[in-house]
Design a protein around this ligand. Structure first.
Ligand code: NAD
Ligand code: UDP
Ligand code: UDP
Length: 319
């Protein structure tokens, strides 16, 4: 029989966090979801509120948190460029002070702690695909730096708490992930293209659209989280979690148009600063250590995501 645990999920009312909370509850665990609702919303976890094993708490992780739990998943941080550049100082504080507070909490409790790191630690990579031992190519003073360097510093803190305080850490480097519960106005490419296609608006391709990304469906990602958390203490990561299937933004636009049956046309816009040209995870470690690899093809993941946005647009809820 599986052991029932008390699990803290910071950023639990966000896109990925909401799926993680649901998954942990399904496994019978008690879940404490902590969020300041900057980019997440109660709507994402509304269906979990009636579960007596679920508790939702408004709290900003840049402030200390005193609770009693067995495991911590630290996801709190705005993830889309529009949101994390809205208040860049707060973004760095969330990553760095948030990590310090959650690590301090884990240290006091002797709890295992997971960090949602990111492929952005590789920056605009000049090694392709990116293995975990690649140190990255990040502009430390650019407009993406608050996020990239914040997440890099958080990794540093995790590994220093591991070495200095023997904390049990699990660091995942997440590559672009998509699915229902993404914020419709977060400016990320999947949500933008789907919303534009459903509204019959032009699809905005930044630059020539030849830049690539690898898109992982959220269910696959959450499976990777849970497997990583379940590994023995010798496994710390960092470990890449993402889908190695690589697509240009033009290919993604074509797929979205085809699946929505939209008559939207493509419109080219300027490429944002420091926009990585290509990104694809090397998931050899995840395959070997976790026995994990994504199982959901892009088209199969886009369908429920399109359905989610279609319902959202029809329901006229304020987001
Ligand atoms: P999201 O914006 O939907 O979720 C982040 C959540 O954190 C939101 O609910 C937000 O309100 C909350 N939050 C932000 N600042 C906070 C603070 N100071 N205190 C408490 N809560 C705070 O984004 P997501 O896509 O679900 O990302 C979750 C995590 O995964 C993030 O740490 C992100 O960096 C990481 N990640 C995501 C992706 C992706 O493609 N979605 C890729 C790499 C890494
Ligand atoms: N912290 C917290 N909850 C706890 C324990 C610690 O939020 O249950 C915070 C604490 O406020 C501190 C941070 O975590 O700022 C780091 O704690 P640690 O014990 O590592 O360092 P110290 O308190 O010695 O600075
Ligand atoms: N992008 C685009 N049109 C949009 C939004 C994004 O062409 O409407 C591009 C963006 O320039 C980048 C890619 O899509 O090259 C992925 O962008 P996103 O913001 O989703 O993620 P990230 O750049 O953080 O990987």
């Amino acid at each position: 029989m599986r052991e029932i645990k008390r699990v803290l999920v910071t950023g639990g009312a966000g896109f990925i966090g909401s799926f993680l909370c649901e998954r942990l509850l399904k496994e019978g665990h008690e879940v404490l979801c902590v969020d300041n609702f900057f980019t997440g919303s109660r709507r994402n976890v509304a269906h979990l509120l009636e579960n007596s094993n679920f508790e939702l708490m408004r709290h900003d992780v840049t402030f200390p948190l005193f609770v009693e739990v067995d495991e911590i998943y630290n996801l709190a941080c705005p993830a889309s460029p529009i949101h994390y550049q809205h208040d860049p100082v707060q973004t760095t504080k969330t990553s760095v002070h948030g990590a310090i507070n959650m690590l301090g909490l884990a240290k006091r409790l002797g709890a295992k702690i997971f960090q949602a790191s990111t492929s952005e630690v590789y920056g605009d990579p000049n090694v392709h695909p990116q293995p975990e031992d690649y140190w990255g190519h990040v502009n430390p003073i650019g407009s993406r730096a608050c996020y990239d360097e914040g997440k890099r510093c958080a990794e540093t803190l995790f590994f220093d708490y591991y070495r200095q305080h023997a904390l049990r850490i699990k660091v995942a480097r997440i590559f672009n992930t998509y699915g229902p519960n993404m914020h419709p106005n977060d400016g990320r490419v999947v949500s933008n293209f789907i919303v534009q296609a459903l509204k019959g608006e032009n699809i905005t391709i930044y630059g020539d659209g030849q830049q690539t990304r690898s898109f992982c469906y959220v269910d696959d990602l959450v499976e990777g989280f849970v497997r990583l958390m379940g590994t023995d203490d010798a496994v710390t990561g960092p470990i890449n979690l993402g889908n190695p299937g690589e697509f240009t933004m033009l290919e993604l636009a074509e797929k979205v148009i085809q699946l929505t049956g939209s008559s939207s046309k493509l419109e080219h816009k300027d490429l944002p600063a420091d926009d990585p040209k290509q990104r694809q995870p090397d998931i050899t470690r995840a395959r070997n250590i976790l026995g994990w690899e994504p199982t959901i093809q892009l088209e199969d993941g886009l369908k429920p995501t399109i359905k989610y946005f279609d319902n959202l647009l029809k329901s006229n809820v304020r987001v």
